[in-house]
Design a protein around this ligand. Structure first.
Ligand code: SF4
Length: 419
């Protein structure tokens, strides 16, 4: 199979990527301010941001072949005691070691199929490992190979801001009759901290993923007059719009402004209250890129992820979760040309899997999710070697009380099957 390794592209031509610093190992920027290069230059950086320690130098210096051999050997020795989960957006050099590859919804389910494994190593980002820990048996350990692998979108909604906005909304809607429908149902995207999932569990809310967002919104509308959707404004808006909610009934609140920055009557008329979060990877896609793809490849099919801005989703031929995009490509014909608006690792993997089609990323710049990119094979080898030595490194442990409430919202999510 042809390799379209993003890692190889970045290290051989760093100038063609969105930040040449990506070519250095993640340990080179783990301790620098911000999230590191690539994903989040324009983001508001919350304080404090977790700063983990650096990978031992010996692992930084190992070449790819040695790291690969170590990971394979450790996995063989650990056998069924270990399960490795790999998100679609991970680099190929990591994904090839995963027992399950999928999106966050699929991986949450996959972890449940291995209750006998002593350790779950989650090659994804922080909120995914937290979710795995909440759903895992108490005796199971969940490891995130690099603790700096966060998600800039998840960090855009912190618990204090959400609590403050909630209180303001409760005050505004206090005169509404709540006997049949609640005034607001909180809905958090999977890409959020365990604390926010717990918030939803405590307040009759639910978690959604990009796979089951429409089912989750229906669930919430059956229980409430309106929803507070966080952190991703785009997924909330795109899903609401596809369900027929008028744009004027989906105001975006500003938690930093008095009155949430929205006229009180507008808040009363709202059906979906959007939080101002976004994904730094998916916000890079533009209508101009789609127009260019159509001009250069007449007949091209364009499919994008719903974390992309609404005009991009509207201009595409189809929009859906990473799993939807995979199925879209699988259902295409040899010779088809497909432009994809999602993370470059998944796009390149699909291009390698279907060499008889022309598959390319809408964004001409190589710009992986820089936080996912922090799971370098060096970190994976280091945590697996730790297990061989009886040491659980980089364990993610969610507080029991938070986990109990978050589990309520997550179980509602798991029951809300994608359409
Ligand atoms: S792709 Fe976007 S939403 Fe997903 S982990 Fe990266 S920053 Fe977060």
């Amino acid at each position: 199979m042809t390799t379209f390794s993003v890692d190889e592209l970045i290290t051989t031509a760093p100038e063609a990527s969105c930040d040449a610093d990506l070519a250095a190992g993640p340990w080179a920027f783990d301790l620098s301010p911000g999230y590191g290069p690539g994903a989040s230059e324009d983001d508001v950086i919350p304080d404090p941001v977790v700063r983990p320690g650096q990978l031992p130098v010996a692992y930084q210096r190992m070449d790819e072949a040695e790291l690969h051999a170590r990971i394979v050997a450790a996995k063989e020795t650990l056998g069924d005691k270990l399960v490795v989960l790999g998100h679609f957006y991970q680099r190929d050099e990591v994904v090839q070691h995963a027992d399950f590859v999928g999106d966050s919804f699929q991986l949450a389910n996959a972890a449940l199929t291995r209750p006998d494994a002593e350790t779950i190593v989650f090659c994804g980002v922080h909120f995914m490992a937290e979710t795995a820990d909440i759903l895992a048996r108490p005796e199971q350990h969940v490891i995130l190979p690099n603790l700096a692998a966060g998600c800039s979108m998840a960090d855009m909604a912190d618990e204090d801001s959400v609590e403050a906005a909630w209180e303001e909304l409760m005050e505004l809607y206090a005169d509404e009759d709540q006997s049949e429908l609640a005034s607001v149902i909180p809905v958090t995207y999977m890409n959020s901290s365990a604390a926010l999932k717990a918030f939803c569990g405590r307040h009759g809310g639910i978690v959604c993923t990009s796979s089951n967002a429409a089912t989750v919104l229906e669930w919430a509308f059956a229980r409430g007059r309106r929803l507070l959707f966080f952190p991703d404004q785009h997924l909330g808006r795109n899903t609401g719009k596809a369900m027929g909610v008028p744009l004027e009934q989906m105001p975006m609140i500003n938690p930093r402004k008095p009155g949430l920055g929205v006229d009180a009557q507008e808040l009363r008329d709202a059906r979906v209250l959007l939080w101002p979060g976004f994904c730094s990877v998916h916000k890079r896609f533009t209508v101009a890129q789609i127009e260019q793809a159509r001009a250069e490849h007449p007949g091209v099919k364009v499919v994008v992820h719903p974390e992309s801005p609404m005009p991009v989703v509207d201009a595409a031929d189809a929009a859906g979760s990473t799993d939807f995009i995979r199925k879209f490509v699988a259902a295409s014909e040899p010779g088809d040309v497909i432009a994809i608006g999602t993370e470059i690792n998944l796009v390149n993997r699909l291009a390698a899997e279907y060499p008889d089609r022309t598959i390319f990323c809408l964004d001409p710049v190589i710009c992986p999710c820089s936080t996912m990119y922090r799971i370098h094979p060096g970190y994976l080898a280091w945590v697996l070697d730790g297990l061989l030595e009886g040491e659980v490194r980089n364990e993610i442990v969610v507080d029991d009380d938070v986990a109990a409430h978050a589990k309520v919202a997550l179980e509602r999510m798991l029951a809300a099957l994608p359409k």
